[in-house]
Ligand binder design. Structure first.
Ligand SMILES: NC(=O)c1ccc[n+]([C@@H]2O[C@H](COP(=O)([O-])OP(=O)(O)OC[C@H]3O[C@@H](n4cnc5c(N)ncnc54)[C@H](O)[C@@H]3O)[C@@H](O)[C@H]2O)c1
Length: 466
């Protein structure tokens, strides 16, 4: 079968960019992205492409090309489901904040709501694609809901996890290392559904990069791919502390280890810790699943990746305090960057939030600048922690549109996100306007420490004996 109409439920960081590329590369397929968040849909439809709800390099050009032709954003969820022959579920699957599995398991209530809505609305056969990252065997639950509450139509369930990385989403979607499609490979209808999805991707992805597997392998591969990536970050971060204590240099060590082709050089950059909506959530989920299956050692092994990441954020904040004579009370500190990584406006689980919280607990006053994150987002992130009142946060945290203003009269600057522009600043000008001694804590190792030290800064970088 050839797919003619696609519906994607969830217009977020995955649903939006993924569907924009599918539409751009398949002009004969009508793609409608729906969401219950009317503001988000309005932003996707905004004439001014600078107002798209998600910042990704290259995304606005793709949206400009396809929107209104065969790419649509809408709040009419029922209608889009009914009209589609393939439905992607791309809603959020956050960590549970209540009940059994609180703080560990993935909250699947949004997924279940989608399944019930698809079952209720569908009057014709549908292929339902899990795009969200889900615990292994979720497809079983989806099938049960769809078959038991549906109108007697046939549902084929596929798993097609998304491997894009925020900040490089467009390029990752255009040139994926692989596309993974899991389905019911033992039955003809399952195979047909898989082929229909293979054909959608084959419009631009070389066939050998489209992997088809059984559905459980596909679900589990996504969780574990994220676990492996996060594990590398925690491994190099663990080494960074060892480097600081011994005089080894983490960049040199990373280069030496990464030169081994079995290890590879990517993802070996020490930092203040990983953030983002996925790594922590997916590892916690993996730990929860392992523990539920009685696999205590497996669970403990992966949990350590999170422990190390929390430690890295904590020790960075503590290093700042101890370097500044063991007190930051009443001191002004500039945080450069709030997004969890460069080239995105996403702040979920950003290391900056946790470092800021620790500094605020020490009564520091923060000046925050990020090229793409809005003021309200920063205040919301701090509010979500529930550490202090909104008024206290607002009194202690000033948010700037100009990095030089943010750094005026501060005792210290902490680089929290690796935005390229931070490297290019006139650091002499910044130094001249700061309190002395002027401290820089480079949580991403992007600044030229020698140059800064020549200006007069005291510089701390991760993984270097200072
Ligand atoms: N962000 C990433 O880099 C990334 C990468 C790969 C996979 N994933 C996975 O993809 C999934 C989505 O992530 P995201 O970052 O796009 O999340 P997101 O929060 O940005 O977007 C999810 C959207 O779904 C909408 N939604 C929720 N329930 C709905 C419903 N019943 N009907 C219509 N809309 C509904 C929400 O309003 C929200 O806009 C998650 O499972 C995540 O783990 C994310």
């Amino acid at each position: 079968m050839r797919v003619k109409r696609i519906c994607c439920i969830g217009a977020g960081y995955v649903g939006g960019p993924t569907m924009a590329i599918i539409a751009q590369k398949n002009p004969s397929i009508a793609v409608t992205v729906v969401d219950i968040n009317a503001n988000r849909i309005a932003a996707w439809n905004d004439e001014n492409l600078d107002n798209l709800p998600i910042y990704e390099p290259g995304l606005s050009e793709v949206v400009k090309e396809a929107r209104g032709k065969n790419l649509f954003f809408s709040t009419a969820v029922d209608q889009a489901i009914e009209e589609a022959d393939m439905i992607f579920i791309s809603v959020n699957t956050p960590t549970k904040t209540y009940g059994v599995g609180k703080g560990m398991a993935a909250d699947l209530k949004f997924i279940e709501l989608c399944a019930r809505q698809i079952a209720r609305v569908s009057k014709s056969n549908k292929i339902v694609v899990e795009k969200s990252t889900l615990p292994v065997r979720t497809a079983e639950a989806l099938k049960s809901i769809l078959d038991n509450t549906g109108n007697g139509v046939n549902f084929q369930i596929l798993s097609n996890p998304e491997f894009l990385a925020e900040g490089t989403a467009v390029n990752d979607l255009l040139n994926p290392d692989r596309v993974l499609i899991g389905g019911d490979i033992d039955h003809e209808k399952g195979k047909e559904a898989m082929q229909a999805l293979v054909d959608v991707y084959a419009s631009w992805v070389p066939k050998e990069r489209i992997l088809t597997t059984n559905i459980w392998s596909s679900e589990l591969s996504k969780l574990t791919a994220n676990a492996f990536l996060a594990q590398r970050v925690s491994s190099i971060n663990a080494l960074s502390e060892l480097c600081e204590a011994t005089g080894a240099d983490d960049n040199e060590v990373a280069k030496a280890i990464g030169a081994d082709s079995r290890i590879g050089s990517k993802f070996l950059q020490a930092s203040v810790g990983f953030g983002g909506s996925c790594f922590q959530k997916d590892i916690l989920n993996l730990v929860y699943i392992s523990r539920s299956l009685g696999l205590a050692e497996v669970a403990d092994y992966w949990e350590q990746v999170i422990t190390m990441n929390d430690h890295q954020k904590d020790r960075f904040a503590k290093k700042m305090v101890s370097t500044m004579y063991n007190t930051v009370s009443g001191k002004q500190i500039a945080l450069l960057g709030w997004a969890f990584k460069k080239d995105t406006n996403d702040t979920r689980e950003s290391a900056a939030i946790y470092v800021a919280d620790e500094l605020l607990a020490e009564q520091a006053q923060l000046h925050v600048f990020d090229p793409k994150v809005q003021k309200q987002q920063i205040l919301n992130d701090l509010k979500t922690l529930n550490t202090r009142s909104e008024e206290e946060n607002a009194n202690l945290v000033s948010i700037y549109n100009d990095p030089f203003k943010a750094c005026e009269d501060v005792h210290a600057i902490a680089v929290m996100t690796e935005w390229d522009e931070f490297r290019e600043y006139d650091w002499q000008k910044i130094y001249d306007q700061m309190m002395k001694p002027a401290f820089v804590f480079d949580g991403r190792n992007i600044l030229d420490a020698k140059k800064l030290e020549a200006i007069g800064f005291s510089v701390f970088q991760i993984g270097k004996a200072n």
